[in-house]
Design a protein. Sequence first.
Length: 356
Amino acid sequence: MNPLLLIALQFSNRQAITGLQPLGNGLINDTYLVTTAAACFVLQRVNRQVFPVPELISANLLALNQHVRQKVGAKLQLPEMLRTNAGQLFYQADNGDFWRAQSFIADTKSLETLGSSADAEQAGFALGHFHHLFSDLDPVLLHDTLPGFHITPRYLSHYHKVLRQASIKDPYCGDFIEQFGHFADMLEQAKQQGLLPLRVIHGDPKLNNFLFGITTRRAVSLIDLDTVKPGLVHYDIGDCLRSCCHVEETDEFNLAICAVILKSYLAEAGSFFSPADYDYLYPAIQLIPFELGLRFYTDYLEGNRYFKVTGPLQNLQRAQGQFRLTASILAQEVEIKALIARLRHDNLAPDGSGNA
Ligand code: GN1
Ligand code: MG
């Protein structure tokens, strides 16, 4: 029997498998949609190079689901962990691979590009609602599944180490990092100075991690919760915007979409947003695409060990795309800051509370 089918059967609640196909285009784990007569579920091989202790991911997911279950009026559903026929949260294959399964939220799909400004509004709403839902969950109760994730200065010092050994270099990426490497410390410094608190973050809220109702076109879930951890909501906001506002053809940053997303985000999350949170919005918007470019370029220099690639230059091209996006953000700095100032004025009361 196909080995993948054998693994899927571990989670199928003794139902026959009627369909098994790759799902999504994640760059880390391998993901499949499994169909049985009773339901669909998502089966994943966890990349152990990236997530060395997969048990921490499941503990976080259980804690998140428990928190949402006791909330009245939660407008997002989260996928639930499924157990193997033997009652375990993971199945370890003979070759040592770790597999896990989660429920598939029916009648939903993910989007690769936003179809309209209504979609953008939904994405901003969902991220804001996610942060709002977990704003009263103590972040230290969650595990850090991926230490160092989004700590830009660490990526930068690793890059410098890799660069010393690298035989091929790309002048555009190298010069860009030289010129803007000083961005790296901005959020971490604010965190260390106590200006930005640790909160529960998603870690990877790019557009295709939002599920939209097929008929309603409303955002109903945020998936890919492996990187949920204590962190800065600014990483999430920057990541959501770098993904949703990225015009793929030109690598420009779409300011109009950014305006829609930030407005709907703040309608949900504005109640806990402090003056310092507003101060660090622009730095986050410029930092996260820079950081992702740095991560892609470093991986290219290291021989593409972290992100999946279909060709040897793909991580280089991804890096160039993220740096061009960062350049477009820098070119629109004045407009983006003016937008943030307007939102701050509309949402923040004069005493600094989020109740204007
Ligand atoms: C990775 O595997 P995927 O696509 O969900 C990465 C994110 C990047 C993203 C870029 C754990 O996420 O940080 O933003 O690729 N996840 C991890 O596409 O590194
Ligand atoms: Mg992910």
